[in-house]
Design a protein around this ligand. Sequence first.
Ligand SMILES: [Zn+2]
Ligand SMILES: [Zn+2]
Length: 298
Amino acid sequence: MIVRVLGSAAGGGVPQWNCACANCSAARAGGQPRRSSSGFAVSRDGEQWWLINVSPDIAAQIEAAPALQPRTGRGTPIRGFLLTDANVDHLGGLAVLRQQGEHSFTVYSSAIVRELALAQRAFAPFAEPPHVWRAVAAGERLTLEPGLLATVVAVHGLTPGYAGRKPLPDAVVAYLLQDESGGGEALFAPVFAEVGEALLSAAGQAGLAFLDGSFWSDRELDGVGVTKSARALGHAPVGGPGGSLAAFAERLPRASNCNVYFAHLNNTNPLLDETSDAAAQLGRAGFALAEDGLEFRL
Ligand SMILES: [Zn+2]
Ligand SMILES: [Zn+2]
């Protein structure tokens, strides 16, 4: 199984167009990697690809990845999408991929995510032929293509801001992808509001895990004049007592088989500064930060 990080930032990226915080300024000055909005691509054979979330940055992410580019005529090696939630930065890229060609997409999401997405007219064509939009539920096991399976993992989460940030079941899910021919398992959990048992257990099973690294602390956005807390936005903070770092470090000690990367990094996150205390704590746990363009072969 091949896994590529298409984008490693939360919505807005690093730098974000309207932000001059320390990380955005460092990224503009070349002192930090630039990061586009969160998304991942997975393939069993390098020929057919499945995307976990599709951000508004998708066109540039495809241009940066030759394996995702059309081979001939009008088409794409992208077979479809697995959406973790209905946030615009996770499905807004569908509006970018609306040109027709010799392809049909299969979109997987929970029923509530499908309902919220399709209420926006721009996304409705993805539920009409030649495309298919399948509603799935936590615990379900899907066959994406022969030999490539995906298990829908339950996580705690909220509906997006435009839908009232309600804690509905399956408002957010994670996906555990499994290559049946012994190609490993990878967990994609870029958004979660709490670390639950299903998530910990899926990470324990995976050889590679991408976790919600949006915010280091709950009140981090105060620093840029935004009054919302991380938890109110549906993201468990990484740091501090009760943070996701402590929970995963306990379950996945350094000797575990799982390579853990924090992804979906908001530009306010001190983890982005490699000289920060937060970055040192992450390193001590044996975990790392995802970066755009990172590729793994399991
Ligand atoms: Zn996001
Ligand atoms: Zn910033």
